[in-house]
Design a protein around this ligand. Sequence first.
Ligand code: SF4
Length: 423
Amino acid sequence: MSSVDTTIQLITRGEAAGETCGPELAEGPWVFDLQAPSYGPGASVADPIPASTPRQGELPEVYRTASRDELHHRILDAKKTLGDRVVVLGHFYQRDEVVQYADFVGDSFQLANAAKAKADAEAIVFCGVHFMAETADILSRPEQAVILPNLAAGCSMADMADIDSVEECWEQLEELYGTEPDADGRVPVIPVTYMNSSAALKGFCGEHGGIVCTSSNAETVLTWAFERGQRVLFFPDQHLGRNTAKAMGVPLDQMPLWNPRKPLGGTDEQTLTDARVILWHGFCSVHKRFTVAQIEKARAEHPDVRVIVHPECPMPVVDAADEYGSTDYITKAIAAAPAGSTFAIGTEINLVQRLANEYPQHTIFCLDSVVCPCSTMYRIHPGYLAWVLEELVAGRVVNRISVPETVVATSHIALERMLAAKP
Ligand code: SF4
């Protein structure tokens, strides 16, 4: 089976054609643990990282120098010893070298729910990124420890909206709009956060009449919000917000962008008064890489190609694709297609490569020919997984992600609203 890691190793050694976004990808991620905080090599490497981002201490040498084979056996032995006491979760964008040990594989919300279903497990090892582990902690029992194998596995998009900037934005909007509902009982603005955000922002939404959405239910959630509010403040991903609202018929000139570094978000009172959706200036560095030119190239080379992209892609890319949808949508579309179909997919390379391996009856390729994974997800390597599992065997919990109780309570409210929102 070919994996993204193997391909990267071959390309950087000059043994395979193609290119990656950085030769440092071939290094162990621990090389970056002790350097100045950064997202590490991969798609979001150039994004500014907040000073408050958690850092990973040095991974013990034994795990840094172990061979793949040795790590494989250490992980299997630890899992066997721990049995049902531990559940390992693997995100769709995680490298295959880690996903192979996962008890469940899915998107962030599917995985948080999978953790809930394993109520007897003492520890949940989340091979994803920081906000996902936080969501699992919110939804799991307080006694269950949620562990992120590498604390430096954050998410550059989630980091683009921090609680202080959102609270500042909210104050400015309240000053402009007031807090009184209109004649239909709709409040001036409803906050909506994408699942890919910190627990603090989910809690903010819970506290202020708002809600959480995923890429699968964004339209349902916006409908819910428009029933209760005159406008929506959508964060952190501008593209998911814009693509969803546009598909619902909201004109682009009623979707101003809020830049947290500028007064009134860099816009003006009249634009904000006329707005239906205020979009936070955030984006996913992985999905930002996809372009209309890549779609045109795929169509020229494969006339029968079906182009499916994720709604985190910029609007022109979504408009040029045949379809767009969440990772779950993409996976189901491929599974349901007749043998011999050709797909060009606009989402993270690890998932696309895995789908290509799983469905050899189809031709499946990533729209971006450069092998460039999600930097933050890539910070998790089998070495870290072996370490946290063996620590659990020894009775020690390392890298625990704990959301404060008050935030758990308010986040729950926003998540429950999402679950109750029906199309
Ligand atoms: S793919 Fe994008 S949104 Fe997902 S974890 Fe990576 S940076 Fe964050």
